[in-house]
Write a protein that binds this ligand. Structure first.
Ligand code: NAD
Length: 485
């Protein structure tokens, strides 16, 4: 039978999402006390569209004095209003944010894809609905905290300083803001410097929801602004999501202070395919695990382990499926893989790809066409013939690069999968429930998916072991992280 070249057989007509319904300003200020105010030092930076390399807007850069003003606003709101308000009333505000977000979901999805580079299908179907779901879920808990933690008299902590990454900008903001508000804390949050726009749109929506001034303050900037939040003496709780490197800096910075912290850090997940797995479904799971959101996912299944008996079949089917992936305009509804978030991240990914080649692994890249625009693009990439000592196997790449190894026995794969400083997530594909239990009991990972991958729900706690951090977000665990119990 002749092989089918899907690329030439199926050419989809462009299906771009329209952008005429979105409202963006040319310049964004800091959101403090429910007002947009200029940064004291007058500094601004640009946020770019990674699919074109062009500027979208100027963004205020918060210095220490701005962060101090934001923390003062949050403290004042905490003391005078938010900590005194009933849970029922706090819940009403959070429901209001959730509903407004749902109403404006399309606008948020388009802006998320423009600013971050992720395919509109993902921002439309995953990021924004899940962000709204988090607000709905935690709104429901606001007046039930004593039932969530019976006989424990849960109390809010005070002012939460929150710092988030660029890979799920609005969703990470929702993971942080919703439980903090539900538990009666006030907030100073900083989005990542390459993706500040949806957080700033959320600020508009918070204004519209008429939250008491100072309850949520959104300051923009890069690492120095984040450090100013972390080091501010009047912050009670730090919630950080980002790289393990920065997580360690933060842990050092707050050591010996009264600040509580949760750190959600990097990962290098093992996705494990056993011989009795449904192979076609597993191949879809592998694709979803590593190429979803350009591999910009902390829990990406970036290490693939395939049992020897099905190794050839899995690799053959995986390569065929990779050929059908469309790398393209994030706003096109046909796009599977959008733009890499920034020039610097593309450089990092390319250096890892080169190290894989240099260390002797065998590279396969989809032959797909890359867009002709000046954006940051990377073909879905697969490395076979890899070993545990290769950099591409050991280190988090945060791009669409998969390193594959084979294994013979379940014991062997448990050892190999656990041979990493990270412990955020893993995947197991098998027909046998008993094997799922055996593996999930022995894999050192906070989240383990069985016969699926990258599934998220506000009710399910998420977080890591080892250098993937500590603390959990989502579910009841996510509430506990913002309470003195
Ligand atoms: P990053 O650590 O470079 O930056 C994260 C945030 O920290 C940004 O807002 C940044 O401005 C800020 N920051 C940088 N230096 C700082 C400092 N010294 N003090 C305080 N804040 C500082 O990470 P990134 O490149 O934006 O994101 C990718 C990383 O995030 C990956 O390692 C990924 O695995 C991780 N991540 C983890 C989870 C999780 O839930 N565990 C979720 C998403 C992303």
């Amino acid at each position: 039978m002749s092989s089918i070249n899907f690329n030439t057989t199926w050419q989809y007509a462009p299906a771009p999402e329209s952008t005429d319904h979105i409202a963006l300003k040319e310049q964004y200020e800091l959101f403090i006390n429910n007002k947009f105010i200029k940064p004291k030092e007058g500094k601004y930076f640009e946020t770019l569209n990674p699919s074109t390399g062009k500027k979208i807007a100027s963004i205020a850069e918060a210095g220490e004095a701005d962060v101090d003003a934001a923390v003062k606003a949050a403290r004042n709101a905490y003391n005078k209003v938010w900590s005194k308000m009933s849970g029922k009333d706090r819940g009403k505000y959070i429901y209001r944010i959730a509903r407004l977000l749902q109403e404006r979901a399309r606008e948020f999805a388009v802006i998320e894809s423009m600013d971050g580079g992720k395919p509109i299908r993902e921002s439309r179907d995953i990021d924004i609905p899940l962000a709204a779901a988090h607000f709905f879920y935690y709104a429901g808990w606001a007046d039930k905290l004593e039932y969530a933690f019976p006989n424990r008299q849960p109390k809010s902590m005070g002012v939460a300083g929150q710092v988030i990454p660029w890979n799920f900008p609005l969703l990470m903001a929702a993971w942080k803001i919703a439980p903090a508000l539900a538990t009666g804390n006030t907030i100073v949050i900083k989005p990542a410097e390459t993706t500040p726009l949806t957080a700033l749109k959320l600020a508009e929506l918070i204004q519209e929801a008429d939250l008491p001034p100072g309850v949520v303050n959104i300051v923009t900037g890069a690492g120095q602004t984040g450090a100013a939040i972390v080091n501010h003496p009047d912050i009670d709780k730090i919630a950080f999501t980002g790289s393990t490197g920065v997580g360690k800096i933060i842990q050092n910075a707050i050591a010996g202070t009264r600040k509580k912290a949760t750190l959600e850090l990097g990962g290098k997940a093992a996705n494990i395919i056993l011989e009795d797995a449904a192979i076609d479904q597993a191949v879809e799971g592998i694709i979803n695990g590593i190429y979803f959101n350009q591999g910009h996912v902390c829990c990406a299944g970036s290490r693939l382990f395939v049992q020897e008996g099905v190794y050839d079949e899995v690799i053959r089917k995986l390569k065929a499926r990779m050929e059908t992936l469309i790398v393209g305009d994030p706003l096109d509804k046909n796009t599977d893989i959008g733009a890499i978030n920034s020039k610097s991240q593309l450089g990092t990914i390319e250096r890892y790809i080169q190290s894989g080649i240099d260390e002797g692994a065998e590279m396969y890249q989809s032959s797909c066409e890359l867009p002709k625009t000046k954006g940051y693009w990377c073909r879905p990439t697969l490395f076979t013939n890899t070993s545990q000592s290769h950099k591409i196997v050991k280190e988090e790449i945060f791009g669409p690069v998969l390193a594959v190894q084979s294994f013979r026995t379940v014991e062997e794969v448990i050892q190999k999968a656990n041979n990493t400083p990270y412990g955020l997530s893993a995947g197991v594909w098998t027909d046998k429930g008993s094997k799922i239990f055996r593996l999930t009991n022995k894999l050192r990972a906070g989240v383990i998916w069985a016969n699926t991958y990258n599934k998220f729900d506000p009710t399910a706690p998420f977080g890591g072991f080892k250098e993937s951090g500590f603390g959990r977000e989502g579910g009841l665990h996510g509430l506990a992280a913002y309470l003195k119990i």
